[in-house]
Design a protein around this ligand. Structure first.
Ligand code: MSP
Length: 654
């Protein structure tokens, strides 16, 4: 049996949970559920970060003590996680004594070993980030390099952790441990940061300025810096220095920290150097995902565009929200949130593909086989093809989970559903029924149901409630419906004759109330779930037009504007240009076969149109992340551009 330990960042209690918090926690939950289903000894930790200036200020504003404020606001996170079906094994609050005593023990130990020392500090301080910066760290105008807000000058005596001395160790560790920081480009970002001198880290705040924190065990006039305290949660929760050293050793060796890209430095520089000073091994993986943007803009309270997960749960339901979030982000890259794109994904993947497939199978089993799993006769080639496609998805999903590419895992599972729908069209069980070919009809329905059995197991960690419903419909016993055993997935089979369960549509389509718009837009009538009868008509029309691409299909391809920042010829190629492009806030590289038609100089500064969600591919050793659009007529090639416009980059095209 393997071991798996996954953590989320611990969230600040002063903020309301938003879609970014929900994303990381859902990702961790899905990974934990997958690993449990693979039989791994799994531990999933989340929690809240409750010390520091922001909390102290928020409590003061409410005329509460900081502890009262935390006890009240922590509930928002706990309630949301319960609502989202998060299966964490522990929830750590940094104000708990079990955590504070570990932080104190570590501080004392580092102080005794002269790894923490006292000195006067003069420099710049960013209050919202609670971080110190030197002159060279600051952006123009003295702005904070992280949040871009003004910093203040500060002169203060404080305690420092000798972080700077671990620079060479860390650089070497990162270089010799591929997979330590994921995706790879985040490892490069950290190495870039480490090119400069690494300063020692200020780990104290004088109580005269901030009292809400863990008191330094060797100086009662100071509290511990909130990040130094917070990072330790990952080990205090699993028993480090808490009398559970065996538990700690077991889980720590297999640890995965999921974080957002904005907290990369604290996790890939501060934390590893702290661990090294404590003589502890590094976490196995630190994975930084990108940001959810509202359309193309950064979510922020001031812009009023923060997406509240509770609202989305209300609109889509818990499981579809979990699915759409997971499928909607290529982990590592930024993703754009729009309600429209979620509705499209819901309708395409869940209502059309998966929901319709299930209802076709169940309805026909009820109509022709008394609501029982039909008998399986001799399998034909087409049946075996579908079954083998379903079986092949099991290792593909497993690989995606192991590489934290959950969007790819979902794609592998959904490809089986799409194959099953094609199978139904080719085998046409309704025609078999009309012709009275009952034995063949039974085999076809059995095969289709079998493919759904496998898919349902693969999707259980993502949509636990909906997949349980689906499995109950396929005749699973209630105690079996909610759990998947991946080891037995390929060897077990549905048992013919088992009573099935007829249910209303699992994923009723969501349509805008007026007209035939594919989705609901802001300011328009709210989305409503479609009636099953309307769904049938649409399904029929779709069957008749099998060669036509639906608007949902079309919008699966994300076309966006992009600005070319740099361009050069790819070595040893006269056809390929390597372009560095900006797509909204994101910078990426694409390789394009346009060198014979455009010079690098001609490309720089242009706004082009790219396929933004194309699977990255390695071309001549370079990862190309997207594809530009161009039209080719014989030997002439012309770029697709925006008509006369000077559009920003990252604007959707469609
Ligand atoms: N308390 C620290 C973490 C300490 S971990 C030892 C913290 N908390 S936070 O509540 O501000 O942010 C938690 C996480 O939410 C971070 O990983 C951050 O990247 C993530 N997100 C914040 N906004 C986000 C999006 N818009 N999209 C995706 N995740 C984002 O930082």
């Amino acid at each position: 049996m393997s071991t798996f330990y996954v953590t989320t960042p611990i969230y600040y209690v002063n903020d309301k949970p938003h879609i970014g918090h929900a994303y990381t926690t859902i990702l961790a939950d899905i990974l934990a559920r997958f690993h449990r289903a693979m039989g791994d000894d799994t531990f999933f930790l989340t929690g809240t970060d409750e010390h520091g200036q922001k909390v102290q200020k928020a409590a003061e504003a409410r005329h509460l003590t900081p502890q009262e404020h935390c006890d009240d606001t922590v509930k928002r996170f706990q309630e949301l996680w319960e609502r989202l079906g998060i299966s964490n094994d522990d929830f750590l609050r940094t104000t708990q004594e079990r955590h504070k005593k570990v932080v104190r023990a570590i501080l004392q130990d580092l102080y005794d070993r002269d790894l923490i020392y006292k000195r006067e500090y003069k420099g710049h301080y960013c209050v919202p980030c609670e971080r110190f910066f030197t002159d060279k760290d600051l952006l123009e105008g003295g702005l904070c390099p992280d949040c871009k807000r003004p910093t203040g000058e500060i002169c203060e005596t404080n305690y420092f952790f000798r972080m700077g001395q671990y620079r060479d160790f860390l650089v070497e560790y990162i270089q010799t441990h591929p997979g330590f920081i994921l995706p790879d480009f985040r490892a490069n970002e950290t190495l870039g940061f480490l090119k400069k001198d690494l300063e020692d880290l200020c780990i104290s705040r004088p109580k005269s300025r901030l009292s809400w924190g863990i008191e330094l065990p060797f100086d009662p006039d100071y509290v511990c810096y909130v990040w130094f305290d917070a990072l330790i949660n990952y080990i205090s929760a699993i028993g480090y220095r808490g009398g559970e050293e065996a538990k700690f050793a077991k889980y720590w060796a297999e640890s995965l920290h999921l974080i957002g890209k904005d907290i990369l430095t604290t996790h890939t520089v501060y934390w590893p150097t702290m661990l090294h000073a404590m003589n502890l091994p590094m976490p196995k993986h630190i994975f930084a995902h990108g940001w959810w943007l509202t359309g193309n803009a950064k979510m922020s309270k001031s812009a009023g565009n923060v997406v509240n997960p509770m609202d989305m749960i209300g609109k889509f339901g818990v499981d579809p929200f979990r699915y759409c979030l997971t499928a909607g982000m290529v982990p590592g890259q930024d993703a754009s949130f729009t309600e429209e794109s979620f509705i499209l994904r819901y309708n395409t993947d869940l209502a059309n593909d998966l929901g319709n497939m299930l209802s076709r199978v169940v309805k026909m089993a009820f109509k022709y086989f008394q609501g029982k799993v039909p008998p399986c006769g001799t399998l034909e080639e087409i049946d075996n093809e579908l079954l083998s496609e379903a079986e092949k998805a099991v290792p593909a999903v497993r690989e995606a989970v192991e590489n934290i590419k959950l969007d790819k895992g979902l794609e592998a599972a959904m490809n089986v559903v799409r194959a099953a729908n094609r199978y139904m069209e080719k085998t046409a069980p309704w025609t078999l029924a009309k012709k009275g070919e009952t034995e063949r009809l039974a085999t076809v329905l059995y095969t289709a149901a079998e493919s759904l059995r496998i898919v349902s197991a693969l999707l259980l960690p993502v949509m636990p409630e909906k997949m349980k419903e689906l499995r109950l419909s396929l005749g699973f016993a209630p105690e079996e419906a909610a759990k998947a055993d991946y080891a037995a997935l390929a060897s077990s089979r549905l048992v013919s004759g088992t009573p099935m369960r007829d249910t209303p549509p699992l994923f009723p389509r969501i349509l805008a109330e007026k007209g035939d718009a594919p989705c609901c837009r802001k300011g328009e009538a709210p989305a409503k779930k479609e009636t099953p009868a309307a769904g049938k008509q649409e399904e029929k029309a779709a069957e008749e037009n099998a060669n036509v691409v639906t608007v949902e299909d079309f919008f699966r391809t994300e076309l966006k504007t992009a600005e070319v920042l740099e361009a050069k010829k790819l070595e040893n190629s006269d056809k390929l240009l390597l372009l560095k492009i900006k797509v909204g806030e994101e910078v990426r590289e694409i390789v394009s076969g346009i060198a014979k038609h455009y010079t690098p100089e001609e490309m720089v500064g242009r706004t082009i149109v790219i396929v933004a969600n194309l699977k990255p591919a390695k071309i001549r050793g370079v990862v190309s992340n997207g594809m530009l659009l161009a039209a080719k007529d014989g030997d002439t090639l012309k770029l697709v551009t925006i008509d006369g416009g000077s559009f920003k980059s990252g604007i959707p095209v469609g």
